[in-house]
Design a binder for this molecule. Structure first.
Ligand code: KG4
Ligand code: ZN
Length: 341
């Protein structure tokens, strides 16, 4: 079964071809809108939607060509149905449903975070169910107990800002561009550890929830009124990264202890963070658990994870997806992952 995966929830247009029968990714391509949004310091939703519309067809043609397949070979079209920017989601959903209708194949709406969560399964070293998943992106910070694909129990989540949002806001305060996460991470490498002490919200609470807005405010208090100085900024970046990583790692360890599980999956944009990966590696060694990440190319938003999640959804429904598209469709800009279960 050949699935075309389409991701368009935010500022990346991702297309991929996935062979579900052989669990093989045949081709994938991503167009990032980062350069386009950079001038505005963040994603401009209207520009994002228009750019998705421009990119979808050429990218779809590209992955078909790369895999040596024809559009008629497609057995299903998977697309991100939510959460995300409404207009951006609609661009992908309309394209998916139009193509599915023309071909007479099913269109399968996928939860964006389910895509991220299952994306490590596309790696050569893939985790086995059950596992704990840390989902850390620009809009989410959640710990999930994953009994199987499609069976998600929320263990804890952020009560305010997402981890990626805290990275992005800190980047702005330090005069770094968008997207902020990689820039803060890089700057932190030249910062002196311990020169500034920032709070680690909820570090010692028994709950598995997070809070990042106080950390961001503490950064604001540190930098406000200071003359810009490269070393000072690097030291603040370091203090921020150390605090954020400490909290994320501690909560992962707690979640593994509480559930008795031995595998941790880390997915979402912040999962690419170097310092977080190093700290999780140390925690895994000392607490005897294994950590799994998606392939580097699949850490950010992409169509492969959407096609992969759709393959699991099809298997769950034993292939019973309405084969004739109904004509109408919806997107869900706000959508909780547990609702899938
Ligand atoms: O999953 P993602 O690509 O998009 C969604 O939000 O769904 O995540 C984007 C977030 C942004 O906040 C970005 O700053 C952050 O992930 N990010 C990072 C790194 N790479 C991306 N944060 C910290 N370190 C990184 N290396
Ligand atoms: Zn994402």
């Amino acid at each position: 079964m050949l699935i075309l995966g389409i991701e368009s929830s935010c500022d990346e247009t991702g297309l991929a071809l996935y062979d579900a029968a052989w669990a093989r990714l045949l081709a994938h391509a991503v167009h990032s809108q980062v350069a386009m949004h950079q001038a505005y310091g963040g994603v401009v939703p209207e520009l994002a939607s228009r750019d998705h519309i421009r990119r979808l067809v050429p990218l779809a043609r590209g992955v078909l060509r790369e895999a040596g397949k024809q559009v008629e070979d497609l057995d299903a079209i998977a697309y991100t149905q939510g959460p995300g920017l409404a207009g951006a989601l609609l661009a992908g959903a309309a394209f998916a449903h139009g193509l599915a209708f023309a071909l007479g194949v099913p269109a399968i709406g996928v939860h964006h975070m389910e895509g991220h969560l299952l994306s490590p399964l596309l790696s050569a070293r893939a985790p086995r169910f059950p596992f704990v998943a840390l989902l850390v992106s620009g809009g989410h910070t959640q710990l999930m107990k994953v009994a199987a694909a499609g069976n998600y129990e929320l263990l804890g989540e952020t009560l305010d800002d997402a981890a990626g949002e805290a990275f992005d806001k800190t980047a702005k305060l330090l005069g770094l561009g968008y997207p902020g996460g990689p820039a803060v991470s890089k700057l932190a490498e030249s910062g002196v550890p311990g020169r500034h002490k920032l709070p680690r919200p909820m570090l010692h609470s028994e709950e598995l929830d997070f809070s990042f807005s106080g950390l961001k405010t503490a950064v604001l208090t540190l930098v406000r009124g200071r003359v810009p100085d490269p070393q000072f900024h690097a030291d603040v970046a370091r203090a921020f990264v150390d605090a954020a990583v400490d909290v994320l790692v501690a909560k992962c360890v707690k979640a593994l202890e509480k559930t008795g599980m031995k595998s941790l999956v880390v997915a979402g944009g912040v999962g690419a963070n170097k310092q977080l990966r190093a700290a999780l590696g140390e925690a895994a060694a000392s607490h005897a658990f294994e950590v799994f990440y998606p392939e580097p190319a699949l850490c950010t938003d992409n169509g492969a994870m959407i096609a992969c999640a759709a393959a699991f959804a099809l298997r769950r429904r034993s292939g019973k997806v309405q084969s004739k598209p109904s004509g109408g469709f919806s997107v869900y800009p706000r959508w909780n992952l547990e609702e899938i279960t």
